[in-house]
Design a protein around this ligand. Sequence first.
Ligand code: C2E
Ligand code: CA
Ligand code: CA
Length: 744
Amino acid sequence: MPQRAKARNQFWAVAAGGGAAIAALTATLHLMAADYDRLALDREQTVVNNGMQSRAAEVGQQVVPQAVWDDAVVNLDNRFDRAWAHDNVGTYLHVTNGFAFSWVLDARDMPIYGMSDGADAALGDYDRLAGPAARIVSEVRRKEADRSAHRANPGAEPEAAIVANTYDLIGNDLVILSATLVQPDFGSARIKAGRAPIILTGRVVDPAFVESFGQRYMLADAHLHHDDTRLEPDQAHAGITNSADRTVATLDWTPQQPGSRLLGKFLPIVLAIMAGLLAVALVAYRKNHAATKAVVASEARALHIAYHDALTGLGNRRAMDGRLSEAFTAVATGGPGYALYSIDLDNFKELNDISGHAVGDELLKNVARRLRRVAGQQGLCYRMAGDEFALIQFETDPNQIGHRAERTLKILARPYALSIGRFQLTATIGVAFAHAADTDSGEALRKADLALFAAKRDGRGRFALYEPAMDEDLRRRRGLVEALRRDIQAGALSMVYQPQVDRNRSMIGVEALVRWTSTEFGPVSPAVFVPLAEESGLIESLSAFTLSQSFKDSLRWPGLKMAVNISALQLKDPAFADRLLTLAGETGVSPTGIELELTEGVLVDRGQGASARLDALREAGFSIAIDDFGTGYSSLSYLSRFPIGKIKIDRSFVIDMGQSRSADVLVKSIVQLGRSLNMRVIAEGVETSDQWLRLAAVGCNEFQGYLASRPVPAEDIDRLYAGERIQVAGQDPDYAPEHHRVAA
Ligand code: C2E
Ligand code: CA
Ligand code: CA
């Protein structure tokens, strides 16, 4: 979650950055445009100011043809001809050039003629012009004086006109005032005194004037205001000054503002492009980020898969190994100790085989859920493989551990509601502590497994805490396995045979029993080394020896049944029947002389395959006996399913006979069951004559046990077979087997 929030923040940071960049660019462009506008405005104002001056000069120049003219010198200076002035100054300038007024001033700058708006004016009217005109008149006079001072021969050739102009307010009108000196042109006229007359004119700056001015200088919406007024802030202004440098009017117009116009035109485009780029960048960022996130997520997923069990979601073996080595490093450096629980489900295989893997998976998930609860906060709960689980708990108090183990067993033993219905199982637990003295983290696991193994051997459904004796035991077992392997190869094992007799003590068969006396361990019971051979993969070579030896020996005693023990694991082998038949063929033994002793478990556990194999063997002539009958399973249905010829009542029932009435009853019903199924019944472990008599009393006709004879070497059976009597420890001579050779 915080990762995602961070990504979102980054996204907005990029977006904000882009936005800020666009805003900055926009602002910069605006500043540039404003700057440009200001420059342009300055230029416009300069142009307008210059334009107004040159317009005034142009207006002034219109008077020049009337003033620089010999006739004007003659009629205004040499003598004053009022009619001439009326025609050629007043009327002409008014009609031809549109002057509002015109005056003729004499050498003393006093008015001698005036016309205003096309009519002769009273000389007194000049008073209102005298002030505004004073400066331009005196400027003309100054230039006139300058010229006469610097020219040696005035009037010898045409002189340039002397004109001065200014703007000023006259009444309500803005007027261009022009003062023009009267002087000769190409003729011979001469000014009579030192100073010449001056023609003073006024041209009103009316709207038409302003408009034509605006057109000439390309000013939009040009218009005038009186005085120094800058009323419209978005307009450009040019002040118009009079000769005293006072602003008497203001020309306003709409400035061109080329910067703003440019900006208005291009900014939207620039903004659109920038926004587009930003959007593309953001989309790219998003995509890139999503891709990165996907990579990170898939890496996390791969990591999760690598360290988790897909079915239950618990940590897997690898995860546990990692955690263990961490915890062990801590322990080795004085950190907290921990206990490792190795947990195995007892009858999981059964469920898996009978109900299928889907149901098995269902159960495993349920178990995982319960174990998680047991694991508590630390949650260090793992699935190692199949139905094996493990817990790591940071506790070292044996009481606490015992308590937790018991609780775990109890929780796991509660019924499971599966899709096939209720199911119950037990579990077995082995626990070990990690010790600072351990060589590595794997040692705790090994010890826990050892404890688990011990607990299983003690009967499952329980827990065991590791003890050093278990290691001793393991070492011993390992030693035994190695010695057994060597001795099987070396042919150091041997067979003994125990006679089976009928009511008349007549020997009807023998049971082949393997013997092993190890140089290292002394005599070892087959009850110990046969299961060991099964666990360690030696059962095949072991049974290869026992079967071939007993088959061969059976040839010495024609007519005697040879009973051989077949372990559960042997029957699992699909090639077992073939192998047995091959052996019979090789040794020349008829299968009809061989009886296979199987335990009930073999028949109950393995359904179809075993049934077919047994049928094949039965077909071939082998007979089949159930060993240890009555100890294993409550179900008797297998009795009718398999081709069984004989049942062997287990020694435990025989021992109880005479001790409790129920034992006699039980044995009696077993005998009756066998009879009714058309099977023969033999009792094993018969040690006393009392047992013999009681067995005989309930209908048992065959006997095997120390009372008749212990298992003996083949040579002893030879002697018995030959009709001799042999003496064996524990034997009651009254029950000693005899062999009555049946005459062929
Ligand atoms: P099992 O098949 O039930 O064999 C009977 C066991 O009872 C034998 O022990 C035998 O010596 C012993 N026994 C016979 N009569 C008496 C008696 O009156 N009193 C007492 N207390 N014991 C008696 P053993 O020879 O030690 O064999 C133990 C088990 O080892 C056998 O039990 C059998 O399951 C297995 N076994 C022995 N030999 C072989 C073999 O060649 N192949 C296989 N697969 N298993 C064998
Ligand atoms: Ca047996
Ligand atoms: Ca037995």
